[in-house]
Design a protein. Sequence first.
Length: 83
Amino acid sequence: MTAPPRDDYWRRTRRLTAWLLLAWAIVGFVPVFFARELSVEVFGWPLAFWLASQGALLGFCAIVVIYARQMDKLEAEFSEPRS
């Protein structure tokens, strides 16, 4: 017996959300964890500062774009045709 489409939809939504939360945690915490090892300066600021401020922002924007695109695909797959 197969699962109802609604259950499959929410299972896939939760899985996508979990993966993107993991990506968020990695983007937010890994650069900070390794910041001391990057002792190079760029325009008088430590490279770790630039990675954390600019790289994390780009990473977070990418996560939002990925979420929006994947949810659009999921919605299209599970939406009922209108008559």
